[in-house]
Design a protein around this ligand. Structure first.
Ligand code: COA
Length: 290
């Protein structure tokens, strides 16, 4: 996420929130302990900005991150209905420690600063262990402004294994769709898109078929549950639409799950016809002229 506040230019991760009534105290200012919750919420965004689905990434790295110490300095209060920005920056990585600077601003007014010290540890014993080199590099690269993911386009031989991991997680396990509906012969001739993060984990996927002469068909769009809303679905859709355009298609169509209709609409697709059921899920046909 780009930093929307010029007064916090060094923070690559910035989370925006609105102060709720339940968070203010008798003095009508935010109760001091809530600021730690604001920082914690921003930390979840930080991991998302690293393109790391937290649980799956920690499982792969065989560790976990625990908060060891948090210090907070109050400069000015936030009040009910204020929109504040919470910025975080990884300031230093020790052997097993990760030190973050945080700050909360309202417009140009600095409200709160903090230092958060996390320890990388064994998930079961909670004993500190060295921050893995891969994670160290990810933090350094992110703070240096580098991109955290790579979009690959290719055939099933190149991307099938990666795409299958996500299809299993999202369609089979999360949505309960039968495996026989998730893979088919069309995979062999389709153009596939997969986004991988810096740990080489697949985090988003989709495919493009030739539905009819000059008409492409997009399908099997899936984004890792922990990273939805991070624009990965949009990146995959744009790449597949572009692939269709480049091969000379004049239209792309798709069967959208009704729950995803708004996503496709936002990106230029138009619904047509009646709702129907496919794999036990309500769908609508959508299309876009290229
Ligand atoms: C549908 C899906 C692929 C969208 O991917 P995503 O990465 O979460 O979406 P993005 O972050 O790229 O969103 C792009 C835009 O669409 C909007 N959007 C995303 N999902 C939406 C939804 N379900 N309804 C309405 N709008 C949605 C976002 O707010 C964003 O809008 P903005 O650009 O104005 O901020 C993802 O939610 C997913 O995998 N869902 C489960 C599987 C599924 O339903 N697949 C589709 C089968 S047809």
């Amino acid at each position: 996420m780009t930093n929307p506040n010029p007064s916090a230019p060094t923070m690559r991760c910035c989370h925006r929130l609105r102060v709720r009534w339940a968070e203010v105290d008798i003095q009508k200012i935010v109760f001091n302990a809530h600021y730690l919750m604001y920082f914690d919420t921003a930390m979840a965004d930080y991991w998302r900005d690293l393109c790391l689905p937290y649980e799956a990434a920690m499982h792969l790295l065989e560790g976990d991150v625990f908060l060891k110490k948090a210090s907070v300095e109050y400069h000015a209060p936030a009040r009910y209905d204020d929109v504040v920005e919470v910025g975080l920056r990884c300031q230093r990585i020790g052997t097993s420690s990760l030190v973050f600077d945080g700050r909360i601003v309202r417009g140009d007014t600095l409200l709160v600063t903090s230092e958060l010290i996390y320890v990388y540890a064994n998930a079961a014993s909670q004993k500190p262990q060295p921050v893995p080199e891969a994670l160290r590099t990810i933090f350094d690269s992110f703070e240096a402004g580098q991109t955290m993911s790579e979009l690959r386009l290719g055939d099933w031989a190149a991307l099938g294994d990666l795409a299958s991991v996500l299809r299993t997680d999202v369609f089979v396990q999360e949505q309960g769709i039968g495996a026989h509906m998730v893979w088919d012969d069309a995979d062999a001739s389709a153009v596939h898109a997969v986004v991988v993060n810096r740990l080489k984990q697949p985090v988003a996927t989709g495919r493009l078929l030739q539905h009819a002469p000059q008409i492409g068909r997009i399908g099997r769009m899936a984004v890792h549950r922990g990273l939805r809303g991070s624009r990965l679905g949009r990146d995959v859709l744009h790449a597949l639409v572009q692939a269709a355009r480049e091969r000379g298609d004049t239209e792309v169509m798709l069967h959208a799950q009704r729950s995803a209709e708004g996503f496709y609409k936002r990106l230029g697709f138009v619904s047509r016809g009646q709702q129907f059921e496919e794999a036990g899920v309500r769908h609508i046909e959508m299309s876009m002229v290229l």
